[in-house]
Ligand binder design. Structure first.
Ligand SMILES: [Zn+2]
Length: 421
């Protein structure tokens, strides 16, 4: 059992600015723009989100990417349906949001028709409320420096690197909107892609890459092709041969971010992620806590993975996995935690009325009255979220469970069991 109070000081040092490389300075400027208070937490319906879209379009243009939404525009605009699930909990219905798309056409005649999509969502939670884990902070700007100004900044950095590499396949860079409301931008993109969906060779997603600690980099989706584990491993070293990261590559493509929209249409995906932290979906996810040198290292690696994929011969062998189902009662696959939910009311999460004896929940230290607010990167607002989160895991997986206990927030680690055992 591991019990980690949330207020432990963060261990990673913020580098003195005069020691930063020119690339890191450039990235820091992008990050500061995107995560500034003036961007309104990049919430749907805010001026800050619109300004961020324009900033990204201008950056794509300056880098030398071609407009990807039309012959002359980087902005792919769409309106959130009034009956979209997110619109039931927010005032997002009827609002227009925009993906920002830039392209680098491939140089090889035979392969330029195949597309590598590199994406990162640039929206966040605005002023809190829906999706936030700190209901006390509703009304405060949620800057989302890690979630996901970090991935958006890294997207620009990857584009700057790939622009000079003359790749065989086409690369499409997409800054997605509406991710926090349920992957809306990526879901729209796969229905309205720049090139036919079947021509998408793979999709690389960066969501929360700004908190590299102890060099640990998580790459989810590594099991979506037969080729990924060896490819990711072979690129995980510096020019001197030392490993770049403590690399944790595994998993299918059903994670709680935009890559799932691509996996759902049978495309291979990867999700680069520097792990959860105590500021996740809280108003304290700020620029000062970003490891900008680590972000540059992730951008280097993603650029190298994209280069290898853009130039390699042959197809990737897609590996399907069954989709998690948002149901609390179904049996079959999925992992077991062993909580008894309180069905009466769950303010901002799932309140548990008991843990089953000997269960993973009991061993993790969960107690009656705790409110589960997140499992790994997935916000838990209700029982459906919780069922989906557990179904996205296998028995034996270790997960981080964020709970509210009285006025404290705790992070517990559970090793999931097998349903019915
Ligand atoms: Zn988020």
């Amino acid at each position: 059992m591991l019990l980690v109070p949330l207020l432990l000081a963060s261990r990673f040092a913020f580098q003195a600015q005069d020691t930063l490389s020119p690339a890191a300075h450039r990235a820091l400027a992008d990050l500061r723009y995107l995560a500034a208070d003036a961007r309104d937490g990049r919430g749907v319906g805010t001026k800050g989100l619109e300004d961020a879209a324009r900033y990204l379009a201008a950056a794509f243009k300056k880098i030398g990417l071609a407009p990807g939404a039309s012959a002359s525009s980087y902005l792919q605009s769409f309106t959130i349906a009034a009956d979209a699930p997110a619109a039931l909990h927010t005032d997002a219905g009827g609002k227009t949001i925009r993906n920002v798309i830039g392209m680098l056409r491939g140089r090889d005649r035979a392969r330029r028709g195949e597309v590598i999509v590199i994406g990162a969502h640039y929206d966040h939670l605005g002023y809190g409320g829906f999706g936030a884990l700190d209901p006390d902070s509703t009304g405060k700007v949620h800057n989302g420096a890690d979630d996901n100004a970090s991935g958006t900044t890294a997207l620009l950095e990857v584009a700057r690197r790939l622009k000079t590499r003359h790749l065989a396949r086409t690369v499409v860079f997409v800054a997605f909107s509406g991710e926090e409301l349920g992957d809306l931008g990526s879901a729209y993109f796969v229905k309205h892609p720049t090139d036919p969906v079947d021509s998408i060779y793979t999709m690389l997603n960066m969501d929360m890459v700004g908190r590299l600690r102890n060099a640990k980099l998580i790459v989810l989706g590594a099991a979506t092709t037969e080729q990924y584990p060896a490819l990711l491993d072979s690129l995980n070293h510096t020019s001197s041969g030392a490993p770049r990261f403590d690399l944790r590559a595994s998993g299918d493509g059903w994670g709680p971010s935009d890559h799932a929209s691509f996996y759902a249409v049978q495309r291979p995906v990867l999700h680069f992620f520097t792990d959860l932290h105590e500021d996740y979906h809280r108003s304290t996810d700020d620029v000062e806590k970003i490891n900008i040198v680590g972000l540059e290292q992730v951008a280097d690696y993603v650029a190298d993975v994209a280069t290898a994929l853009a130039n390699r011969r042959g197809a990737l062998t897609f590996v399907a996995a069954p989709a998690p189902q948002a149901s609390t009662t179904g049996s079959g696959y999925g992992a077991y935690l062993g909580t008894v939910p309180d069905m009466t009311e769950s303010p901002g999460g799932v309140r548990i009325s008991a843990t089953r004896a000997g269960s993973p929940a009991e061993q993790a230290g969960l107690k009656a009255g705790d409110i589960i607010t997140a499992i790994d990167a997935q916000t838990i607002a209700n029982l459906e979220d919780m069922a989906a989160a557990l179904r996205a895991h296998q028995p034996g997986d270790t997960v981080l469970i964020v709970v509210k206990r009285d006025t404290m927030a705790l992070r517990l680690t559970a090793v999931l069991g097998r349903r019915g055992s």
